[in-house]
Structures are given as structure tokens and as C-alpha cells.
Design a protein around this ligand. Structure first.
Ligand SMILES: Cc1cc2nc3c(=O)[nH]c(=O)nc-3n(C[C@H](O)[C@H](O)[C@H](O)COP(=O)(O)OP(=O)(O)OC[C@H]3O[C@@H](n4cnc5c(N)ncnc54)[C@H](O)[C@@H]3O)c2cc1C
Length: 417
């Protein structure tokens, strides 16, 4: 089933009876070449690229809940390529290019909107840091424009520019940054993978990883044992628990991150904005809700719900930046379990167990990474060599200290990543 304007018109005129399910619902088979644990954005994009680019077919994605029920359907949908450090910058640049072709690649409307992202700065020192970041982005081949105060005012006049504590000095504008519809990204990759023969198996929790003589042999699940030549762990906030099934302890901590949505409003914010003096970011959804968030809750947890002090903290940051937001009613908030690493950068690597691979550590920013993460991880699984855009995401950097990718220079302080 292909989507097209003509098809939408035809279905609209004939009672929408011709739409087929986006993917099948297969029973787990006793054996696959590759098993992917986790049907989030990264697991699904990995399966898609394994099939689409490497011609592999005998693949299963095992998801303990339902497709799109994890962080991939819980995030604030910001997509950007504004990283500073080598290792990160080429990876997110690669991801941005994949985003830009994603809808035609998947024949699926993921509502990718390059509405522009503005990171505000509030001091001379911060301006210097953003100028440096902008230059790094341009050198990487991406786009960045340093705006002065009046330049920012032209785009977003409703901000509190003269806030006594945090006056706005300017902003780093990233025109190709923006948003995408989060769960549509999961559905688009799921549909693409299914069309290429991948089995998407929902309600199938992996409860054990079978390893014999240092080689992975398969997994135990709530729907029986499944043999496999290769097993890929892509469980985001649950990565520590899944790796423990193979006797591994990952350098990852799980923390809750909350998000908030207001009632639907007329169009008011037509960019993605981030406040430089606190961790606060906001955009407006196509339905009109203001979508925003801030810091993680400051304790390790597997609960996908947060606490009130962080709610207060996020609301205060919003009010400081744009006092008008106080008139909007918050309708919903929720949490997701984040896989936080000591340097704020991810892992895409083999493990010491033959045939067992790991992809995790996405911190606050794994949604924008979904295309490149799957693309690079599929390359690693298929060829046993890292993709050129993801050579630095090694698991052993925490043991050796070599190649630490600390984007914010904040060490292991999780709330600053
Ligand atoms: C509130 C919030 C806001 C965010 N905002 C942004 C943003 O604006 N921009 C951005 O780039 N990123 C953002 N992120 C981060 C981003 O959502 C995550 O980094 C990313 O979605 C994680 O990868 P994933 O999609 O594969 O995770 P998930 O969707 O969580 O996928 C992992 C899957 O593994 C499954 N699983 C776990 N254990 C098992 C098991 N034993 N067996 C089988 N399956 C298992 C889970 O059920 C889950 O479906 C945000 C996250 C949150 C929570």
C-alpha cells in the first residue's frame, strides 16, 4: 500500500475502505538471523536499514509493549544538528540529511517541519560559546546564524528581553532545525521494515539472553525461546536491565524526563526556542498545544512519571522567558525513562560477547538521532565495522577515558546534558 495525494482523495471519496494495516502481526519463529530487542525509534530504524540497505530479511524486532509506546512516542520532538564536538557533529549532521529525505524514503508523512531553532544567550561569555558552536556547525556543513538582540526580537517579539536577571543578548539560529511527529516516525520505520520482511513482534518481553562460550545464541522471551546469530540491544531507558540479562553492567543510568502540553492555541510560536539560562525548550504542535520541557528529575528511576519540584522548575523557566505563557492551561504531562551516560553521548558498539551489539545512551536527545542511529547501527551489525559517522561512540571510552565526548563540558552532572 503506497500513500499518495491521489490515494487519499480516492479513499476520501469511497469511505476509506481501502486502507490496509501498516504492519503484520506475526507469531515469533524459533530462529532468526538477527534479533533486535526494543521496538522504539532506534530499534525500528535499525531493522529498516538492515533490510533496506543490507538486503537482510530474517530479522525480528521484539518489543515488550507496543510499537511507539516508549520514549519515541513521549518526547518533545526536537530535531537539530547543532553539536560541537567531532564525533557528535558529523553523526547529527548525517542524521539531519537522513531526516530531510525521510518522508520520501519511507513514503510516510512524519510531519518533519524545519521551522528553525533558536538557542538564546544571556551574557557575553555565552555569546562567545555559541559563536564558537555556530562556527563548528558551519564547518561541519550545517547552518548557523548568530543573531543579535534585535535579530531575535524580529523572530520572537513576545519574549521578556529585559528580564532583570536573564536579559536576552541574542541567539544562535539553526534554520534547518525543527520538529517531527514522534510516533509517526516509529510507524513509518515499522511499516518500511515490515514491507521488507522484518517481523515486528509486540507484547514480547526479552527475559534472558543466551550466551554460550562467549557467543550469543539467542534470547528467552515471554513468548518462548528464540535462537539468533546476532542480537542487538536497543532498549533506551531499559538498557541497563537488558544488558544485565547478558551479565553486563553498562555505564548508563536511567532517569525520568517530563514533558508538558497546553491547551490548543492559535499559532503563536513558529520556531523551536531554548532558554540559555536554564534547561527549557518549547515549540508549538500542529494541533496548537505548546509543547515544552526542561531538566530530568534528579534521581535514578524506572518510573515513567515525574515529581512536582521539576514541574515547578520548568514552569518558572517558562514564565521567566515568556510571561504570556502563564495564561495557557497545561493539559497533560508525562515522563519517559532516559538512558543517561556520564559524558552525555551515546554508544553504538559491539560488546565483548560475540554477536551481541549495543545501542543506547541517548540522554535527552535520541529522537533526532533515530535515522542516523539506525543507519549506523545497521551498518555495524551487517559488516562488523563502525559506520564512518559513528566511530566515536565506543563503549570502552568510559573504561579507558579515551575519546570522551562531553558536549557540554559538564562531566557526569546529568542535569546539564
Ligand atoms: C519527555 C522527553 C522529551 C524528549 N525530547 C526529545 C527531543 O525533543 N529531541 C530529541 O532528540 N530527543 C528527545 N527525547 C529523547 C528521545 O525520546 C529518546 O532518546 C529516544 O526516543 C530513545 O530511543 P528509542 O526511541 O529507541 O526509545 P524507546 O521508544 O523507549 O524504545 C525502547 C523500547 O525497548 C523496549 N524494551 C525495553 N526492555 C525490553 C525488553 N526486555 N524486551 C523487549 N523490549 C524491551 C521498550 O518497551 C521500548 O519500546 C526526549 C525524551 C523524553 C522522555
Amino acid at each position: 500500500m503506497r500513500f499518495s495525494a491521489l490515494r487519499v482523495l480516492k479513499e476520501g471519496l469511497t469511505g476509506n475502505k481501502g486502507w490496509a494495516p501498516h504492519w503484520r502481526d506475526p507469531e515469533p519463529q524459533p530462529q532468526y538471523d538477527i534479533i533486535i530487542i526494543g521496538g522504539g525509534g532506534h530499534g525500528l530504524s535499525t531493522a529498516y536499514y538492515l533490510a533496506a540497505e543490507h538486503g537482510l530479511k530474517n530479522i525480528a524486532v521484539l518489543e515488550k509493549g507496543y510499537i511507539g509506546g516508549g520514549n519515541v512516542g513521549r518526547n518533545t520532538t526536537i530535531v537539530r544538528a547543532n553539536y560541537f564536538l567531532q564525533g557528535n557533529s558529523e553523526f547529527y549532521s548525517h542524521s539531519m540529511k537522513l531526516w530531510e529525505g525521510l518522508e520520501s524514503e519511507l513514503n510516510y508523512n512524519v510531519m518533519h517541519s524545519q521551522r528553525g531553532l533558536i538557542n538564546l544567550f544571556h551574557s557575553d561569555g555565552q555569546r562567545d560559546a555559541f559563536a564558537r558552536r555556530g562556527n563548528a556547525m558551519i564547518n561541519q556543513g550545517d547552518d548557523a546564524v548568530l543573531l543579535d538582540r534585535e535579530g531575535v526580537r524580529k523572530f520572537v517579539p513576545y519574549l521578556d528581553f529585559d528580564n532583570v536577571r536573564f536579559p536576552i543578548y541574542g541567539g544562535l539560529y539553526h534554520p534547518r532545525g525543527g520538529t517531527a511527529r514522534h510516533d509517526a516516525v516509529a510507524w513509518g520505520y515499522a511499516r518500511g521494515a515490515d514491507q521488507r520482511g522484518v517481523h515486528l513482534i509486540q507484547n514480547c518481553e526479552v527475559t534472558g539472553i543466551d550466551v554460550e562460550g562467549g557467543v550469543v545464541r539467542g534470547v528467552q522471551t515471554t513468548r518462548g525461546a528464540i535462537r539468533a546469530g546476532k542480537v542487538a540491544m536497543v532498549a533506551a531507558g531499559r538498557s541497563g536491565q537488558v544488558a544485565a540479562l547478558a551479565g553486563m553492567r553498562l555505564p548508563v543510568e536511567s532517569h525520568v524526563l517530563q514533558a508538558f502540553v497546553t491547551e490548543g492555541l492559535k499559532p503563536v510560536i513558529d520556531h523551536v526556542l531554548s532558554f540559555g539560562m536554564g534547561h527549557f525548550y518549547i515549540s508549538q504542535s500542529d494541533k496548537g498545544g505548546l509543547v515544552f520541557g526542561g531538566d530530568i528529575d534528579m534521581y535514578a528511576s524506572y518510573a515513567a512519571r515525574g515529581n512536582l519540584p521539576i514541574v515547578e522548575h520548568v514552569m518558572e523557566a517558562g514564565m521567566t522567558l515568556m510571561p504570556m505563557i502563564g495564561k495557557a492551561k497545561v493539559l497533560r504531562s508525562w515522563g519517559g525513562v532516559m538512558d543517561m551516560t556520564p559524558d552525555g553521548s551515546p554508544y553504538i558498539d559491539k560488546t565483548d560477547i560475540d554477536g551481541l551489539y549495543v545501542n543506547c545512551g541517548w540522554n535527552y536527545g535520541g529522537f533526532k538521532a533515530v535515522p542516523a542511529s539506525g543507519h549506523c547501527f545497521a551498518h555495524l551489525i551487517a559488516t562488523d565495522r563502525p559506520h564512518g559517522a559513528a566511530t566515536k561512540f565506543r563503549l570502552d571510552r568510559m573504561r579507558t577515558g579515551i575519546g570522551i565526548l562531553d558536549e557540554e563540558g559538564t562531566g557526569a552532572q546529568h542535569n546539564l546534558h
